[in-house]
Ligand binder design. Structure first.
Ligand code: GLU
Length: 481
């Protein structure tokens, strides 16, 4: 049975690059009818916060990911939060000490730093020199009585380590360059390497799918798996994602967090689709697809080795596609908070005219890529239109006036509007004024909306209604017939 895990550290908002690792683990589990596990790696006490853990779980749920085991889901290999597993790490560490696989190291930070500097100057690798590995009983006793703090280090075998990565192929590491690494800090918390290897072993993880930035950590994990008497899982190190500035996406790119996209009103299915396109493409090269469409054919080995570049324009394009096909009632629900925040509609839910809102949202959905843009696009329906000096000048020219007047007169003859009637009105204006194309549309659009571009004219007129349209035109008529 395939068992994979996503193991974020709750030190901030989950950015797209990191959430992408969750997506591929989830997809892989679905592809192989396996189990997807969420594990919270919060042993860095200074930087980890509960609120980040709550937020990231909420954001992943929003994205549509579901895990079968995790802090909230439970499971037989829990707890799934590392800070609740300290006793487990402690016990295994003691076992390692007893078996001679690990030892106490009393070197101080200052000593380590000094040796690092010397290694640097003499062109040696900056690894720990394994000095405390072979302390005599007498030396140990002396350190113990002096009350020095100690860490626990793992004895790394000096050998060539080879493993096959599902994406990167054969990887080789010379362990003699590594030095004995810390598995338990002096404050009794486990190191990242130790906690990962212990948990992956105990949670029976079969495949570790994570970012390429962890490739150089993998040898440390593999030697620990061996010490734990466990065959290492298979590894798949995914290439990372860069921002437009060609630096790796990180928490610095605050705007790229899942929470931020959610706040902006992107649909989760669009974000999920876009994330599945970062570093992978389905065989048919289609760009718009849902997880269900590709899950049966997804092969992790076909993922790109090269970094992907986050392309906001492409995401916006994709997001627009999903907005166009989404259930209108769902979009209305999503739109309401933004319209309320803009002060366009009251906070009283009974005061909301859903029929009108539906028309508005339906008209606007073609022109936006996320729901927060709705306020900007729809203010013409809720507020008086402000027309610039330049536009006033344009609207007062002779030819423009003839179009506006003719349009106004046609509106006066009508009591209802439909797409057909609107088309006929424009035809009549065209025949009367002999103006067509842009010369015909632009004066009407500018008078009604104060803008030169935007929604379909017919939609604007229909939503505004005949009376409002007349009023907005009337203000610019210099002569009335
Ligand atoms: N906690 C690590 C991170 O957030 C992930 C470790 C792993 O996947 O092995 O980068």
């Amino acid at each position: 049975m395939v068992r994979v895990r996503f193991a974020p550290s709750p030190t901030g908002l989950l950015h797209i690059g990191n959430a992408r690792m969750a997506v591929y683990n989830w997809l892989f589990a679905r592809r192989h009818n396996g189990i997807f596990i969420l594990r919270i790696e919060d042993t860095d006490i200074a930087r980890s916060e509960k609120k980040h853990m709550v937020q990231l779980m909420d954001d992943l749920h929003w994205l549509g990911l579901a895990w079968q085991e995790g802090p909230d889901a439970g499971g037989q290999y829990g707890p799934y939060v590392q800070s609740e597993r300290l006793q487990i790490y402690h016990d295994i560490c003691q076992k390692f000490l007893k078996e001679g696989l690990a030892y106490r190291c009393y070197c101080t930070l200052e000593e380590l730093e000094e040796r690092r500097q010397i290694a640097k100057l003499t062109g040696k690798p900056p690894r720990y020199d394994n000095r405390c590995r072979n302390l005599t009983d007498k030396q140990i006793k002396a350190f113990e009585t002096s009350g020095l703090n100690f860490v626990i280090r793992f004895k790394v075998p000096e050998e060539l380590l080879v493993f096959e990565d599902l994406i990167r192929g054969v990887c080789q590491f010379d362990l003699s360059l590594f030095g004995d690494f810390v598995i338990m800090r002096s404050d009794g918390t486990p190191s990242f390497h130790f906690a990962v290897a212990v948990d992956d072993t105990m949670m029976k993880i079969t495949h570790v799918i994570r970012g390429e930035d962890h490739l150089s950590n993998t040898p440390c994990h593999i030697v620990l798996f061996h010490a734990l008497g466990q065959k290492p899982p298979q590894f798949a190190h995914l290439s990372l994602t860069m921002g437009a500035d060609r630096t790796l996406l990180s928490k610095r790119h605050g705007a790229f967090s899942l929470s931020e996209y959610r706040k902006l009103g992107y649909l989760p299915e669009a974000i999920l689709n876009y994330m599945m396109l970062l570093g992978w493409a389905p065989r048919d090269k289609k760009e718009k697809f849902r997880a269900d469409d590709i899950v049966d054919t997804f092969e992790i080995g076909t993922m790109s080795k090269a970094p992907s570049v986050f392309d906001q324009q492409k995401l916006d394009w994709l997001s627009g596609q999903y907005l166009r096909e989404a259930e209108i009632e769902r979009l209305v629900d999503l739109a309401i908070p933004y319209l309320q925040a803009a002060g366009f509609i009251s906070a009283d839910e009974y005061a909301i005219d859903r029929t009108k809102l539906k028309l508005i949202v339906d008209a606007v959905r073609n022109n936006i890529s996320c729901m927060s843009q709705i306020a900007q696009e729809t203010n013409i329906f809720f507020r008086d239109v402000v027309v610039s000096e330049k536009h006033i000048e344009f609207l007062t020219s002779e030819i423009t006036q003839s179009v506006l007047l003719s349009f106004y007169n046609e509106l006066c003859k009508t009591h209802v509007l439909s797409s057909e009637i609107f088309k006929n009105i424009l035809k009549a204006v065209q025949e009367e004024t002999k103006v067509n194309g842009k010369g015909l549309y632009l004066p009407i659009r500018v008078a009604l909306t104060g803008r030169e571009h935007g929604l379909e004219m017919y939609n604007i007129a229909l939503i505004l209604g005949i009376d409002t349209c007349k009023k907005r035109i009337e203000r610019f008529l210099l002569i009335r017939k």
